[in-house]
Structures are given as C-alpha cells and as structure tokens.
Design a binder for this molecule. Sequence first.
Ligand code: HAM
Length: 414
Amino acid sequence: MLQTPRGTHDVLGMDAQLFGRVEAVFRQQALSFGFREIRTPCFEFAHVFERSVGEGSEVAKQMYVFKDKGGRLLALRPEGTAACVRAYLQHSLHKSEPYVKWFYVGPMFRYEKPQKGRERQFHQLGAEVFGLHLPEIDVELMQLLVRTIRAVSGSQGKLLVNSVGCRQCRPPYEELLVRRVAPQKEELCADCQRRLKTAPLRVFDCKNRFCQALFSTLPVVLDHLCGECRAYHDRTLQLLTRYELPHEVHPRLVRGLDYYTHITFELVAEDGEAPALGGGGRYDDLVELLGGPAVPAAGFAAGVERIVLWLQASGAKQEEELDAVLLPLSQAQVEEAFALAYQLRATGLRVDVDPRPTGVGSRTKRAAGQAFFGLFLGEEEARAKEVTVKDFRRGQQRRLPISEVATFLSQTRE
Ligand code: HAM
C-alpha cells in the first residue's frame, strides 16, 4: 500500500478542523497586533540556514540539503526566521521601512527521529519584528503567542523566560563555563565535549544524566549579564507583570538555535511534560551575520501539530462545520435539493447535499455529526413547496416554506 514517508502525515478529519482553527485564530491575532503576512519559499539556498541556525546545532544537522538539477545547493526550510532575514535584506527593507512586523504560517522540514509532536514535516506559525530593540516588542511577541493559545484553548500554557546575554557578556561567561567544566571534561558525553568547543551554552540542553547533574551546579548566564542585558531583562519582566502574562524565569532555558541574544522564551503546556508549544527570542546580530546592516530583531514560532495534540488532549470537540445538510428523500427531489443548496449558499450559509439513494436513517445520523440542521425534501414537501427542518441540537422538527428556510436557519443557528 502507498504510504506517506516516515515523519510526515496527512491532516484530515478533526485534525484538519483544529489546524484550521489554530491558523485562523493566529492570523486574526497577528493582524490585530499590526503584523503583515509574509510567505517565503519552502526551499532556499542552503547557506541561508547554515549560517543562521549555527554550525553544529541540532537544526543544522537535521536539514534536508540537496542539489537541484542545476547543481545549486538548496535546503528545505527548517524554520522561518532565516528566510525572513533573507527576504528583509533582499527587498532592502532596512532602507525603506523604519521597522517591519511579519507573521507567517507554513510547513517546515527537519530530519528528526519521529515521535509524538516531533515530525519531519511540521507546520509553524511565527512572527518576526525587524528594526526595534525594545522590551515592549519582546513582550508583544509573547503576548501574541499566549493570546493565540488562550483564544484557541481557553488556557494559556506556561511561559518560561531567560536571557542569554549579548556579544559583550556571553563570551566571558562561556569561558567561565568551559573553565569550570575542564576538570571533568573527559567524563562528559561526546555531544557536550563538542558543544563546549562550538556553543558552550547548549550543554544545558543535554539529556545525559551525568552531564545534567554536573551542569545543574554550574553558574548560569543570567548571573553574568552586562548592565545593558540586565536592565533589558528586568524591564521585560516588569512589562510581563504589567500586562498580566504569568511567567517563570528559567535560567537554564536554552534554545536549539544559535542566533539568540538577550531575551529567549518558550511556551509549554501547564503540566510541563510535553515538548514546547512554541519559542523564540531576540536575535539582534543575525541580520548583520547574514550580510546586512546592524538591525535588531526578535520573533517566535510555535508548532501547529503540537498545539493540535495539546487541544485534543484537553478534550477539544469537533465543531459543526455546516449549517445544514439537505436530504432528498427520493431520486425525484435530488435536483430540487441541489437548487435549494445553491440558493442557501448565496445567502452565506454553509450547506451540503447528501444525494445518495441509501436509507434516510444512516444519512440523518451522518448529517447530525456535521451540521446544525437537516433539511428533508420528500414528495409531500415538494408539493407544498416546503421543507422539513430538523434542529439536531434541540431535537425539534418543523415544516417551513422554502422561501423562509434561509432566514430561519440564520436566526436559529445563533
Ligand atoms: P524552534 O524552537 O526550533 O524555534 O521551533 C519552534 C516551534 O516549532 C517548537 O516550539 C515546536 O512547537 C515546533 N517544532 C519544532 N520542531 C518540530 C518538529 N520536528 N515537529 C513538530 N513541531 C516542531 C524556531 O524555529 C525559531 N525560528 C523560532 C523563532 C522565530 N525565534 C525567533 N523568531
């Protein structure tokens, strides 16, 4: 049997409905914060991502890199940030716009070991701001993420916040880290030995028990911030309180990408067991690293699959997608049913016709799972130019003239 490749899946049924709901809510929230949509290609020149996410980072190792027929080295996008920076520079927006606020929704690709909430093709919703270095912006980004989650689920998750310092204060802290670990270096896992050479902060992400025990005793970057980073961090926390965004300072929070400076954050489900729903932070050096001027920036992304899994675990229910299903009771009413559907759709109602010549019982059951109303058209109804309207939620039934059906459905549905 034909199947999807490992780590990918079809989104259908209730999943598709929840996907649509999450994306629509995010879109509406992002627009209300003044973000505009950007759609970047699903693949870019590989170096756009290689230079951004950090050599040796997990994300760099997981990239789908390939040569096209013209011999160009391309990569399926593993994330949206680097692509946005490329677009920002390619369109010279640093020259024409004082600042830019973008949001995006789309598929990303990482060659991961597939497991629950970890796919090889997954979808991110994300937002990026270029040209502003202000704690208010970091907090707006966190607000947008939390509000989206709250609007789809009624719950807001747990917001974890940290600062990873800047070009000034991180290098001396990393040197300190390397010095402190040096006596036990040989006992560390191979990954951590490598991390100490390339990106020492990432050792806090290690799942190895010995490494974790050792690193839990080490100084954290939060205690070694320069004055500017400290002030930025403190002001961000003040604003989070002002805007009633419950949060926890998490000094060992490290992100899987190397481009962060200052504030980083993650949103996790309240029970804290599942992997993060979303994360992001400030990346003031990345535009310059990719060949542009020094433009500050910040953003976040969240995984749609993870949000959907979380919604399902919290008991999200399928919503009726249709206002009505039309059920012709015999072949003679099929044409009339399609004509009525045409009229009802013209008034903005969501309507389907089930024209199958099967039993009315099974068709009614199926319709009740999809729509608020069933509209039955039999011979008697046709003669009287009427329809039998069944309100599935209230279990009530009545006959109505065809000309009154649209108004009745619109009013009663509310
Ligand atoms: P990230 O933490 O790598 O950050 O990914 C963001 C979110 O994407 C994760 O929290 C998770 O929900 C989802 N995600 C990541 N990998 C997978 C996967 N294999 N399967 C399912 N979901 C996944 C970034 O990508 C940054 N670009 C975020 C950002 C934007 N930072 C600044 N601006």
